[in-house]
Ligand binder design. Structure first.
Ligand code: FMN
Length: 169
């Protein structure tokens, strides 16, 4: 196994992709090797020493390809250190409090129980109304969601540095 970390993501509008890139950048700054890939492009999971997986959250669910990735790779993931993150709330304040304690989809909890992630983080997202389709705009109106880029790059970098520290140990 190489001394390399995988940062895999599922992102509809790019918010989670950019967070994954930031995490990868921080890991590299800490002297680690990292591949940053959409979950669908991951070829050889076995070559990674540790894995970070994140998804944008849509109606309290992860994107299907991220859920499928967890399911398909449950065994390999349970054999190495894993960190998970959800990208969601677009509003000011603590992201987990904004989601009333929600961190990760209920339907995927059995897989998380088997993978035993070192941590599950929630990061603020980016709701860009110009990119949304008609149905999404309507839904956002119903839940009176705020719009804008609420991503907290300092919190993301700090989390990634913690991962680097744990991997180096
Ligand atoms: C239709 C729709 C439903 C959403 N549902 C949730 C949700 O249940 N919880 C949440 O925290 N964020 C929700 N969001 C916000 C997104 O997670 C946020 O925009 C995030 O940045 C998307 O990441 P992505 O661009 O990587 O897909 C929703 C956004 C849309 C457009």
């Amino acid at each position: 196994m190489e001394n390399k970390i995988l940062v895999a993501y599922a992102s509809k509008y790019g918010a989670t992709k950019e967070i994954a890139e930031k995490i990868g950048e921080a890991l590299k700054q800490e002297g680690l090797q990292a591949d940053i890939l959409p979950v669908k492009s991951v070829k050889n999971l076995a070559e990674y020493k540790a894995v970070v997986i994140g998804s944008g959250v849509y109606i309290a669910k992860w994107r299907k390809e991220a859920a499928n990735f967890l399911k398909a790779n449950e065994k390999l993931l349970s054999e190495r250190p894993v960190w998970l993150f959800s990208t969601g709330p677009a509003s000011k304040g603590d992201p987990v409090q904004l989601l009333k304690g929600w961190k990760f989809p209920k339907g995927l909890q059995p897989i998380a129980d088997s993978i035993k992630p070192r941590d599950i983080a929630v990061f603020h997202g980016n709701i860009n109304v110009e990119k949304m389709n008609f149905v999404e705009k309507w839904m956002m109106k119903q839940v009176k969601s705020e719009y804008g880029d609420f991503r907290d790059w300092d919190a993301i970098t700090k989390w990634a540095k913690g991962i680097a520290e744990a991997v180096k140990k």
